[in-house]
Design a protein around this ligand. Sequence first.
Ligand code: OOG
Ligand code: NI
Length: 463
Amino acid sequence: MSDTNLVHADDIRSRFSAAMSEMYRTEVPAYGTLMDIVSKVNDQVLDADRTLRDDLANTDQLARISEERHGAIRLGTPAELATMRRLFAVMGMQPVGYYDLTEAGVPVHSTAFRPVGESALRRNPFRVFTSLLRLDLIEDQSLRDTAQTVLDARQIYTNGCLEMIELAEEQGGLTDAQADAFIAEALETFRWHPEANVSAELYQQLHDAHRLIADVVSFRGPHINHLTPRTLDIDRVQALMPEYGISPKAVVEGPPRRNCPILLRQTSFKALSEAVSFEGVEGSHTARFGEIEARGQALTPKGRALYDQLLTAARAKCLPAADGSNADEYMHTLAAAFADFPDSLTDIRAEGLGYFEWALTDKGAASAGQVTETDPDALLAAGYLRIDPIVYEDFLPVSAAGIFQSNLGDDSAQEFTASPNQQRFEADLGSSVLNEFDHYQEIEDASRTRCISILTTGAAAAE
Ligand code: OOG
Ligand code: NI
């Protein structure tokens, strides 16, 4: 078969993301409401802020915002994780980053499957935060063995899905019709199952060990537990949620509101209680929730260290209570702590705190091949080049822990000894995870090299 018959992986990802959104909208109606609020607020922000609109248009990001979302799943076994890596690879999504959540009392470690590279991200940045349960952290040996047996017996992928993954690997992609079949089969893995895999009694035991363990072990598959749209004004959406009958978690996670947004700010609404049949016995389970996020600039290791330091300092002074009783005090403390994080692009760049993408200005484009200067700062000052912050495409462990906790319930806060084990995770995954910092640095470096090459030679240097 000729390659020209194959659909681009970016296209499969876009179609899959839309299909997933459609499915989640019918499964969790509040998600549809949240999507409506987000789209209304995003339109208002873009109408009111022409500079932001121009910046987004200039960096080719305007189109992706309304399409943009991330989801999250929790897997039970290394084999499930290894196959998930192959499934996401069909859609051009690779494992980026390692997140250890044991430190936050959640017995999982995780990665984010997402597209890498500028053009794929622009086409559709769909990402899935994927966690692997760490049964080794359950103390009760017999419960651990029972959970393992239940997990080992389940098959979370349809035969059709496994066949399409193999076909994609053999052919190096899928045809249009095959992509449709793959999407339909793959969706089955993420679907909600109202019939549990276990008895009500076992569910209760698992639940008592940790709610997350019950969520992973008791079902036929790793139901998508939230799907998160990106908003341009998270504080406004947070404030609007109650008007639409949705009650948000107490505080927005991540950095405070700033002039120059950095990293990621997130908030969610609590998980819904859903009817479940446990081998014929009616019961319920709470797992699925809604979340929104606002994305800002990706930070360098130096910027990230400063972020972590300021966040830790703020949280040492005031920890947000789940009931919202000290929400104002927390947001105030956070804002005060972040006064030490430079809040202009010039300062952020001067101090090497964030990543930037280089592009030609109109003047630069008109001078292609006619410039002899090669110093990027001089070219920037002379108006041939412009720089824009690179968007943070990843996640934050403290925020993720806050999101986990708020929808697992406060009674679930539990101590585990922090035990990051990236090597084990990568062995289970069947590949290493990409280092996010290296990736942002590459994007920045490549954009600068490309611009200077165009200015000085008239063409982009061959990759
Ligand atoms: C994942 C929580 C992490 C985020 O946005 O930080 C996450 C989960 O609850 O499974 O999605
Ligand atoms: Ni999330």
